[in-house]
Ligand binder design. Sequence first.
Ligand code: GLA
Length: 676
Amino acid sequence: MDAVPDSRADPAGWLTARLGGPAFGGDYNPEQFQHDPAVRREDEELMRRARVNLVTLNVFGWAELEPEPGRYDFAALDARLERLHAQGVAVDLATPTAQPPPWFGLAHPDALPVTADGTRLTHGSRDTYCLAAPAYRQAARAVAEALAARYGAHPAVALWHVHNEYATVCHCEHAADAFRRWLRDRYGTLEAVNRAWGTAFWSQRYGAWEQIQPPRATQWRPNPGQVLDFRRFWSDLALTAYREQRDAIRAHSRVPVTTNLMLPGYQVLDLWAFGREVDLVGVDHYPDAPGLDAAADTAFGADRARSFGGGKPWLLIEQATSTVYAGDLVLPKEPGDILRHSLSHIARGSEGVLFFQWRQSPAGAEIWHSAMVPHAGPDTRIFRETVETGHAVAALAEVTGSTVRARAAVLHDPDVWWALDTPVLPTPELPYLPALKRAHRALWDAGITTDFAHPSADLSAYRLVLAPSLHLVSEESAAALTAYVEGGGTLLVECFSGAVDPHYRAWPGGAPGPLRPLLGLRAEEFRPLPSGAAVTLTDGGAGATWTEALLLEGATAEIRYAEGTLTGRAAVTRHALGRGAAWYASTRLSPASYTALIAGLIRASGAEPELPALPAGVEAVRRHSADGRAYLFLLNHSPAEVRVPVRGHDLLASRALPPEGAVLPPASATVVREES
Ligand code: GLA
C-alpha cells in the first residue's frame, strides 16, 4: 500500500487518500429539516446508495453554533460529525462566517455593509458583513478558532472550508480607513497617490489622507485609478481575512484548508493571489446556459480553477443539478448532463465533485434551488442521475493525483478585468469576461486543452497564447510576453490593448505602450464603431465594436479594412520576432473571422488537439499520472452516437474496450486508461 501523503506537503493527495478516491457529495444541512430523525435516516441510506464520501457542513451554521454572543453550543454539530463518521462519510467543515447571526448586526451595526450609495444593509439575507470592520474580523477569527480547537483533530474532518464565496464589498468608514492604510503602504506619500490617480484633473488633489474615500456614489464618473486601487485593496483585504481564519485553524489542525471561490462571473478577488494561499483550490461552478454552452462553460470554469492553483489538483466544491439562472430562469440539466459536467471537472484536474446541496431546502430563499435529492424525493430522474454520477466518480480512484498538460493558454489578469470595468471607457462593449470566454471557447471547439495564465508568467510551455485583452499592461508583462514570442511562441493580442499602465494612466506615445516593439506597430487613433455597426475586411470577414488606425513598425498586414476611412489599412497584423510571432487584431472580429484566424494560428503554432478529428460536440481531455499512465476522458455532448478509435480499459464499465474502440451513445461519457 502506498504511504499516505503528508497533509501539508500534498493536501490534495492527503484528501483523496483519506477518502479512498475522488470526493463525491455536497452541502449537507439537516438543520433545514429540524434534524428530523426520519429524514436523517433516509439521508444515510441515500448517501450510501449515491456513494457519498464527503459532505460540507456548517456553511451557514453560525446562528445555531453561537446562539448568544460568546456562548457556543456544539451539541448538534458534535452529533452530526459522530454520525457521519460512523457512516463512513468524511466532513468538509466550514467556518460559518459568511453570515453572522442576527444578534451580531444589532450589537455591531458598524459591521454591516454599506453600499456605494450609502445604504447600510441589514440582516435577513446572507453575506451581510464588512470585512474591514474590526468587530466582524474579531468574531470571525474567534468562531474559526473555536471550531478548530474542538474539531481540529476529529477523525471525520477531511477538509476545512473557510467562509463561503468571499464577495461582499463595503464602502463604510472602516473600509475607508483600511483603504487609506493600504494606500499608504503601497504609495508611501500622498503625492504619489495624487500622481498615480491623476488628481490634477477635476480638482481632485488630496491634501490629507483623511480626504480619500472609497469609490462611493459620485455625481458623475469616478476616478478610474481610485476605482482600480479600491478593487485591488478589497481583494487584498479578503485575502488577509482568509489568512487569519486559515492560520487560526492551522494552529489546531493539520487537515488541509481552503475556501470556495466563486467562478466565473464575479471578479471581486485576485484569484491568482488566492490560489497561492489555499492548500488546494476550491471553486463553485454554475453554468448559466443549457446545452453545449454549459459544457463549454464547465470547461472554462474548470480550466480556470486548475490554473489558479498552478496546475495542481483542485476540488469542485459546488455545482448544481440544474442551471442557476439563465437570465432569470432556472433551467433543468438534461439527462446525462450531471454526469458529463462532473466528469469534465475531473478531467480538468478536480479531485471529485460536490454539489450545492444534498437535499432541496423545504423553506427559505433557495427553496427552489436544485439539489441531489429533490423535494420529490429519491424516486426521481435527478436522484437516479446523482447515483449514477456517484458510482462513476467512485470508479476513478486511480485517476487521483494525475495532472493535465495544456499546450495553449489564455491570458487572465484581474487588473485587466477591473480596468475594463471602470466606467470611463470609449465603449462599454468590450467587457473582459465575454472576451476570455470567446478565446477559451475557440480553443475548446478545436479540441485543445487550455490553461489560463497571468501575462507576467513564464509561458514557455505553451505553443499558442491568446490575450483577449491587455487593455492595462505593465512593463513586466510586456517583457514576459516578449520573451515568450522571442523563444518561439505564437501570441495573439486583441484590440484596445496596451492602452493604460497599472495606475490607469495612458501610456506615453499611445497604444500599445510597452507592447509596441513586440507587436511591431502603434495605433495612431482609436476608432470605436457605433453599436451594431460592422466593417468588412479584405478576407471577406468583418469586424465590429472597435477599429484602430495602425502604423506598422515591422509588423505585416495579414488582413486589411475593406471599407470606410480605414480602407486599405492593416486590421490584423503579424510580427515575426525571434523564433516566434506576435499577432494583433485591431478590431473585434466577427465569430467567423475569429474562428478562421484561430484555426490558422493553431496550425502555425503546432498547438494540437487532444485527439485529432473528433466530431463537433465531442470533448477529449487527458490526465497524466506521474508514472506515465494516461487517462482519456471522452464526453459526447452531441445527439449522435460516436465511435472513437482508442485502445485501453474503460474505467466506468470496468472492462477492456473492444477492438473498435469506445462507442459513446448520445449525451454520454467514458473514461479510458489508455494502452501506450
Ligand atoms: C453559492 C452558494 C450556495 C448557494 C449557491 C446557489 O454557490 O455558496 O450557498 O447559494 O450559490 O447556486
